[in-house]
Unconditional design. Structure first.
Length: 296
């Protein structure tokens, strides 16, 4: 029933937008906020917008974590990261805290697999690409997670470079774009923004690649704040943002168990210490100490 409801909502939105935009010369694009638990709805909307306004006027942007891919367990997931971040602010000496959540998450990314958020996620991505529509991924992940991120995308047959922004293979080195404070990386159509404002980062990437702002940016992301950041940046620029919040992982996020994740980390850490000690820290680097700074 939910899928049918989503389809009905999408059809209604298409009809409303097309009726509102039936003007010449050229149609006025309109901002859009919507939710779906099915990436097929995003694909359908992208194909409709490309047919209506021209594929050259559209850029599709996908988030990765909890939008295209999700962790197999709570440990290392997006929800784990934000739980750790909140815990560090509220209970800085909690025995559930890890000493460096960025290093720990990178180690778990190395050790753990990810799963598609839905079985046909890669198929939905390819359907947009096959239509000749520009598609990129914009993730809050840091540049230090490059190897793990591309490994899991390849493993699930997700490739962004075929219709990405130029240069399609990106740049080999990290860079600090205008408006950023930390290094970012753009390779093979995947933009690792290191947790920075996604709207500002995308606008900077468009400038760096010499790409004019498109008429429409269609973004699918599980986090409202990222969608709002995109709308905030492009408000008044002549670019409309069609912001789709992807909801399929909401139940898993809500069910996150911090105690269970902490136990998983205590079980996994010794094995990762052995791997790092034997093979070196080339793919991940654990915190030097398990002690929390400033805590007894």
């Amino acid at each position: 029933m939910k899928v049918l409801a989503n389809r009905f909502i999408t059809v209604q939105l298409v009809a409303l937008l097309l009726s509102a935009c039936a003007a010449t010369p050229p149609p006025q694009h309109q901002n859009l906020r919507a939710e779906t638990d099915d990436l097929a709805m995003v694909t359908s909307w992208a194909l409709t917008m490309a047919d209506t306004f021209g594929r050259e006027n559209l850029l599709v942007v996908f988030d990765i974590d909890n939008t295209l891919l999700a962790m197999e367990q709570g440990l290392g997931s997006d929800q784990w990261y934000y739980w750790q971040k909140g815990l560090a602010e509220e209970q800085p000496c909690s025995d559930l805290l890890v000493p460096n959540r960025f290093a720990v998450q990178g180690a778990v990314f190395f050790a753990s697999a990810m799963r598609p958020t839905q079985a046909d996620a890669a198929e939905q991505l390819r359907a947009i690409q096959d239509a000749g529509i520009r598609v990129i991924a914009v993730t809050s992940r840091g540049t230090e997670y490059q190897l793990q991120t591309f490994r899991e995308l390849r493993r699930h047959d997700m490739s962004f470079w075929p219709t990405s922004l130029p240069p399609r293979r990106g740049w080999p080195e990290t860079f600090v774009p205008q408006g950023a404070e930390r290094p970012t990386l753009y390779q093979d159509g995947v933009f690792l923004t290191s947790g920075q404002h996604k709207g500002v980062m995308l606008d900077a990437l468009l400038h760096m690649t010499g790409t004019p702002r498109p008429g429409i940016i269609l973004i699918a992301d599980d986090k409202r704040e990222n969608l709002e950041a995109m709308m905030e940046t492009f408000d008044g620029t002549g670019t409309s943002v069609h912001a789709w919040r992807y909801t399929r992982e909401d139940a898993n996020v809500a069910a996150f168990d911090g105690d269970k994740a902490a136990l998983q980390w205590r079980t996994l850490e010794p094995a990762l210490q052995v791997i790092q000690g034997t093979l070196g820290p080339d793919n991940f680097e654990l915190p030097e100490s398990s002690e929390l700074a400033g805590c007894p």
